[in-house]
Design a protein around this ligand. Structure first.
Ligand code: KG4
Ligand code: ZN
Length: 347
């Protein structure tokens, strides 16, 4: 192979993203064109708007990435794109564009699971093989505990029974009248609030397994807000945010720590958009130190959706000798990452 760089494309939801990395996974450049403002008036992602804008933004973003990094197409050796999970019409834009570039240049194409991108993102910037560890992925669509043996060797330990952690933040943000997406807005207000003002449920904290449930918590916030009546001050909203956030953080920290203990892992990793949450990062740092675990946190830049994590996952697959994907491969909006030891899909 003459080209030494990977070009990766991510269009699974509402971010159009392009990144360049070396074949060993060093990130050369990462570019994200966010559609958040476009979808904000609707309080969530509108699929048709998302795919139409990926279609408009992607080609110029690829050109911009190559030009600003002064990379010639002849330097590309591998093309990668997210093939799922996500919105079908959005995935198709990135997948088709990537395959067209790979076919045009006659170079290998890797279709990458978006969740594998998140899963490996805490190791971006670190050299060497991916070490065995217990991983918690917390995004807008997933809450997943995965036992990782190495690249492409994943076993699901637990997942959410209903809302994902990010989804809970977004839904609670919406019911509190906060701008979309709710996660960062709640985190901001929680800084000024009292974490003990409301005693919200810690669902499934003592369930004896590693699954999660957040929909009851969301309903509890709704009732607490209704009880406050019409006169709601910004202090009350801050208290609701801080108490809600603490309930989510309590459950996430507790299940990550106990699953690492159960699987006898000495390393833990945290990824996905919700892992940007400062309170959670602090609590996990403290817990890891206390339990003498090595903690890997993804950089905030690589926690929310981006293409650097897709390039990195492709590099790790390439490095591990995993064969490229066929140009006839399909996208899969419900693509799973891992199955449990009992064969149950938890992806
Ligand atoms: O990983 P991501 O960018 O996209 C998905 O693959 O879903 O995650 C987006 C999620 C949203 O639900 C957003 O509200 C949440 O991450 N999020 C946060 C924070 N920043 C983003 N949640 C809590 N605290 C934050 N600081
Ligand atoms: Zn994501």
């Amino acid at each position: 192979m003459s080209g030494k760089l990977i070009l990766a494309i991510e269009t699974s939801c509402d971010e159009t993203a392009v990144a360049l990395a070396t074949l060993t996974g060093e990130i050369v450049g990462s570019f994200v064109s966010s559609q958040i403002e476009l979808h904000a008036p609707y309080g969530g992602v509108v699929p048709e708007l998302a795919s139409r804008n990926h279609n408009l933004d992607l080609r110029p973003l690829v050109s911009h990435a190559l030009e600003s990094l002064q990379v010639d197409r002849s330097e590309l050796g591998v093309i990668a794109a997210t093939s799922g999970p996500g919105l079908a019409s959005s995935l198709l834009i990135g997948d088709t564009t990537a395959k067209a570039i790979a076919a045009g240049l006659g170079i290998p194409f890797y279709s990458i699971n978006h969740m594998e991108g998140h899963l490996l993102s805490p190791f971006i910037g670190l050299s060497g093989a991916i070490p065995s560890h217990l991983a918690l992925i917390i995004s807008g669509g997933h809450t997943l505990l995965i036992d990782v043996e190495g690249v492409a060797r994943y076993r699901a330990i637990g997942s959410t029974k209903d809302d994902a952690a990010g989804e809970a933040f977004d839904k609670v943000g919406k019911l509190l009248g906060l701008p979309y997406p709710g996660g960062p807005e709640i985190a901001k207000r929680a800084e000024l609030g009292n974490r003990e003002a409301f005693d919200f449920p810690r669902s499934m904290l003592n369930s004896g397994d590693f699954d999660f449930s957040f929909s009851g918590l969301k309903t509890a916030v709704l009732y607490a807000r209704e009880k406050l009546g019409a006169e709601q001050t910004s202090e009350m909203i801050a208290d609701l945010c801080a108490s809600f956030q603490e309930a989510v953080v309590d459950v996430l920290v507790s299940k990550l720590m106990s699953s690492a203990e159960a699987e006898q892992r000495k390393r833990i990793a945290l990824s996905g958009g919700v892992s940007c949450n400062e309170r959670l990062r602090q609590r996990i740092r403290d817990a890891a130190e206390k339990q003498d675990l090595e903690l890997f946190l993804s950089d905030k830049e690589y926690s929310t959706d981006n293409a650097a994590m897709i390039a990195f996952a492709a590099a790790k697959r390439y490095e591990s000798g995993i064969a490229p994907s066929s140009l006839d491969s399909d996208i899969d909006p419900n693509l799973q990452l891992a199955v449990s030891s009992t064969g149950e899909i938890k992806g």
